[in-house]
Ligand binder design. Structure first.
Ligand code: C2E
Ligand code: MG
Ligand code: MG
Ligand code: MG
Length: 280
């Protein structure tokens, strides 16, 4: 029975906090086991070249189905992995799995130009990242141009000299770098002068509002202009309907991704999607 005095409240809250901490600890342990026991999977979403109607690439998105709690969103378990340092093992697994899958699709004759992989800021602080990736590429007989690394502006916000060096090394090795969720993070654009970027991904929030909101429309137009001027590929993410697609094409966008084309799906379904897409 909860008491209404100060002492009672304190006891109540400390119990709650304790319970939250325990739940978090349990989730952390579960995630550690999930990584070790290969309970994670990857979903894949196509990226379409809107001008040529060809496949531009495929983004790999991590999925975790907990034996008891069911599907857990990456928006929840990626931050947990970052807080606990599990992100190193997780990203290593994602890189390996995505590259093995690309090699597998290629052996099946599927024309998949490249695969995009999301990495966290912490991954770029790992001095061995580039070597790890090169090693995985070699093992799968892939080339550096076969993968693109997606990073958010947060990586650049607190980029140490070591991180900048790492990004340059990755670029010099021929691996593409993409700024994910462009327009929502770091407010300074000066990193575009310093970091060798290949691609910008216009954040979904601008695409969602493009038909309704003038500011979103203006910002998406500004983004394609920046991309064109700096000779970067610009991907519009989160396209869900025809009117958004048309608005983006009118602004000059030529690469799109979103439910309009396909949701993120299993490797097998992605293979089938690509077969249909190239046949049409
Ligand atoms: P993101 O990289 O920006 O990925 C795009 C998110 O939007 C994905 O959510 C995708 O499923 C969703 N999406 C794609 N098209 C549409 C659309 O048309 N409409 C709507 N409403 N949503 C769409 P998801 O898979 O839940 O991933 C969320 C975020 O979690 C990702 O955002 C990324 O930041 C992170 N994430 C996912 N997988 C990984 C991973 O392997 N490693 C790391 N470090 N982060 C990951
Ligand atoms: Mg992404
Ligand atoms: Mg994004
Ligand atoms: Mg995101």
């Amino acid at each position: 029975q909860a008491k209404l005095d100060g002492k009672g409240h304190f006891a109540f809250y400390s119990h709650e906090i304790n319970q939250l901490a325990q739940e978090k600890q349990a989730l952390e342990n579960a995630l550690r086991e999930a990584i070790e026991n290969h309970e994670l999977t990857l979903s894949y979403q196509p990226q379409v070249n809107l001008t040529t109607n060809t496949l531009y690439g495929v983004e790999a998105l991590c999925r975790w189905t907990h034996p008891k709690h069911g599907s857990i969103s990456p928006a929840k378990f990626i931050p947990l992995a970052e807080e606990t340092g599990l992100i190193h093992d997780l990203s290593q697994w994602v890189l390996k799995e995505a590259c093995e899958q690309l090699a597998h699709w290629r052996r099946q004759g599927l024309p998949i130009p490249a695969i995009s992989i999301n990495l966290s800021a912490m991954n770029f602080h790992d001095a061995q990242l580039k070597n790890l990736i090169i090693d995985i590429l070699n093992k799968n007989q892939l080339t550096p141009g076969d993968i693109t690394l997606e990073l958010t502006e947060g990586v650049l916000l607190d980029a140490t000299a070591g991180v900048v060096q790492q990004l340059e090394d990755i670029y010099n090795a021929g691996i593409g770098l993409s700024i994910d969720d462009f327009g929502t993070g770091y407010s300074s654009l000066s990193y575009l002068q310093r970091i060798p970027i290949k691609e910008l991904k216009l954040d979904r929030s601008f695409v969602t509002e493009i038909s309704r909101d003038k500011t979103s429309r203006t910002l998406s137009e500004a983004t394609i202009l920046i991309g064109r001027t700096l000779n970067l590929d610009v991907v519009a993410e989160g396209i869900e309907d025809e009117s958004q697609l048309q608005a983006l094409i009118e602004q000059g966008y030529n690469i799109g991704q979103g439910y309009f084309f396909s949701q993120p799906v299993t490797a097998e379904s992605l293979g089938n999607w690509v077969r249909q897409f190239v046949a049409q």
